[in-house]
Design a protein around this ligand. Structure first.
Ligand SMILES: Cc1cc2nc3c(=O)[nH]c(=O)nc-3n(C[C@H](O)[C@H](O)[C@H](O)COP(=O)(O)OP(=O)(O)OC[C@H]3O[C@@H](n4cnc5c(N)ncnc54)[C@H](O)[C@@H]3O)c2cc1C
Length: 336
């Protein structure tokens, strides 16, 4: 078979038996755009039982078909049954590309089935581009410490597999197609061959302050922060603006703020209406995680890279500018 013989694109729909994970929906919306360029059909692949009402969200993303996989081995996530299912399915239907959410589970089993299929798997692409000359998808992502954007392709083998982090693409459903093809496959994986067992499940304590992915306003603090004692003013500004605090990686490395507040390529992807960066240099690894309607940057160096990415730039000391913003907001509110 040549690579031209591989047709259509698949998106894995991760779910926990009750709800679908948002990343599957985001991927359906983005991959649909790619399919419109390539002429491929878009299929959602669902392993195990998921409520139909939840799958309606998937249908609303304009998919052409759903592949349901039934059988033993899918009661809880495990590497063995899940990677086997994709290997078996892929050998039968020969898709051109398979996209998997870059969650803990997706990052675990996508490389595994890629190896079983002897093909390539790329991780954390920020952009998917189709090259009509080669027929390959270009997976674009920051590399070399964020100094360059690398273009990764799978030029020979098929399917082209990619894991994409949650929040990379927008969930923007375009509407349901009239005739969605339904394929049901029975793929039983012997449960005694599953090498991991789910003993218990304990959800993380949910702290709304650490849930920044959907925040409308983000005050982001970077490595310019002198010390932990200076943080209070940024919390206050975030609170006055009805927003949340976020940070760059060095703040997590310095153990000042938790990982869940780290924005960027290896942290959370955010899409606020307003993003204000204080003492942030503008490394691609960080910027790659921010899509804001309006962004403001404060940096003491006028040649800081962040000024290439913002709508408004303020050259000055971050603490002084933050204090001035707080004072201005309070004065304005007091005058009303
Ligand atoms: C594979 C990989 C993944 C990565 N993923 C991420 C990620 O997800 N998120 C992330 O953030 N980083 C990530 N990084 C790290 C990234 O490359 C940068 O090192 C990091 O973003 C820099 O953070 P920063 O801008 O806060 O710090 P710095 O680069 O140290 O910049 C600090 C800035 O503060 C300014 N400043 C200093 N003092 C003041 C002051 N008093 N007032 C105003 N401005 C001041 C300085 O001029 C400077 O521009 C990743 C790196 C790699 C290799």
């Amino acid at each position: 078979m040549t690579k031209q013989d591989y047709k259509n694109m698949w998106v894995y729909i991760e779910h926990d038996g009750k709800k679908v994970h948002s990343v599957g929906l985001e991927l359906c919306c983005e991959v649909k755009k790619l399919c419109e360029v390539t002429g491929d059909k878009l299929y959602a692949v669902v392993l195990g039982d998921c409520p139909e009402a939840e799958l309606d969200k998937v249908r609303d993303c304009g998919i052409d078909g759903i592949i349901y996989v039934k059988g033993t081995g899918y009661d809880y996530y495990n590497t063995d049954a899940f990677s086997n299912a994709f290997t078996v399915l892929s050998k039968k239907y020969n898709p051109s590309a398979i996209f998997v959410g870059g969650t803990n589970n997706g990052r675990d089993f996508a490389p595994r089935f890629s190896v079983q299929l002897d093909t390539g798997c790329t991780s954390d692409a920020m952009e998917l581009v189709y090259d009509p000359k080669t027929g390959d998808i270009e997976f674009v992502e920051p590399a070399v410490g964020g100094k360059i954007m690398a273009v990764i392709t799978v030029p020979v083998m098929r399917p082209q597999v990619g894991t994409i982090r949650p929040g990379t693409f927008k969930y923007a459903p375009t509407g349901r197609k009239e005739n969605i093809e339904v394929i049901t496959e029975q793929i039983d994986f012997p449960v005694e061959l599953i090498r991991t067992k789910l003993l218990d499940f304990m959800a993380d304590d949910f702290d709304p302050e650490l849930d920044i992915a959907n925040a409308e306003v983000i005050v982001c603090v970077g490595n310019g922060l002198k010390n932990e004692g200076c943080l209070a003013r940024y919390r206050e500004l975030a609170s006055l603006l009805g927003g949340k605090l976020g940070c760059t990686r060095p703040l997590f490395d310095r153990e000042i703020l938790p990982y869940k507040l780290q924005i960027g390529q290896s942290g959370v992807m955010v899409k606020p209406k307003l993003y204000i960066a204080f003492g942030v240099s503008g490394a691609v690894n960080h910027i790659a995680g921010v899509t804001a309607d309006l962004s403001i940057a404060v940096n003491k160096r006028e040649d800081a890279q962040i000024f290439n990415y913002c709508d408004y730039g303020i050259v000055g000391d971050m603490d002084e500018v933050c204090d001035a913003m707080i004072a201005a907001i309070k004065a304005r509110r007091a005058a009303k």
